[in-house]
Ligand binder design. Structure first.
Ligand code: OOG
Ligand code: MG
Length: 256
């Protein structure tokens, strides 16, 4: 039985110091997905002990494009804290990351708790606002390569996220066209429909998955539905912008 607390320290330190590490499954080939979620919870406990606050949840690998890019085809989730949130329009420091990438997402802001088996209508009834979002993902593993238990233990590559202006949840997010630009050039073009056919399904899945771990999505939390396209590498000095039909745009700048 691997020492889960020790492995939590390893992934937490890798993230804290932006230092790459070998995949955990090399030394621990029998690591299960359940072990990995326990490691994630223990590593987040270390962040809370340093004063970070939970602000939400991110879903991952909810589109085929994302699954194909990382070679893992299972839906995963991670925990978001306040220190990961990047103000819209601000400059991010690449030194905080190992090998960051950016991907276009939809964010839900909850006005009521949500947990367990819910219908899409029940899920949307708990949503106070929706927004376009850019997630900065950063695997702590060498070469951004991992197996399912590795990425789950590493908080599903959670690293940073930028949320655009909140809009009324009356905007139907099922099939919104989107363009993610780097330095004004379209690099990824797609639709929110790539996210499980409708990002609301990702919120439904989020409610079900947290319940398995005895948690619930809380009012005031942000839920990221998952990347709608493959992610792009962040390069020094780049300006990154996501334009989404009906929801407007969100952007940030990469430091030189
Ligand atoms: C895993 C995290 C996946 C998403 O939106 O699909 C994710 C990774 O790609 O490193 O955030
Ligand atoms: Mg993501």
């Amino acid at each position: 039985m691997p020492n889960l607390a020790k492995l939590a320290e390893v992934v937490d330190e890798a993230a804290r110091t932006a230092t790459e590490i070998p995949q955990l499954t090399i030394a621990h080939p029998d690591l299960t997905v359940e072990d990995a979620y326990a490691i994630q919870a223990l590593s987040l406990a270390r962040r809370y002990a340093r004063g970070e606050r939970r602000v939400g949840m991110k879903m991952g690998l909810t589109s085929r494009a994302k699954m194909a890019q990382v070679g893992v085809s299972e839906m995963i989730w991670g925990r978001l804290t306040d220190s990961m949130q990047v103000e819209e329009g601000s400059v991010v420091d690449l030194k905080r990351y190992v090998h960051p990438r950016v991907e276009p997402e939809v964010a839900f802001l909850l006005k009521a708790p949500l947990s367990g088996n819910v219908t899409p209508a029940q899920a949307m009834a708990a949503v106070g606002a929706v927004a376009p979002a850019l997630e900065i993902i950063d695997s702590r593993y060498q070469d951004f390569k991992f197996a399912l238990p590795d990425v789950v233990a590493d908080n599903s590559s959670s690293s940073g996220f930028v949320v655009g202006g909140w809009r009324s949840p009356d905007v139907d997010v099922a099939n919104l066209g989107l363009v993610m630009e780097l330095d004004g050039q379209a690099r990824q073009v797609g639709s929110t429909a790539a996210i499980l056919g409708d990002p609301v399904r990702s919120l439904v899945a989020a409610a079900r998955l947290v319940a398995q771990w005895g948690e619930r999505l809380e009012a005031g939390w942000i839920v990221l539905a998952g990347g709608a396209t493959a992610a792009e590498h962040l390069t020094p000095g780049a300006s990154v912008r996501l334009v989404m039909q009906d929801l407007g745009s969100v952007s940030f700048q990469v430091g030189k």
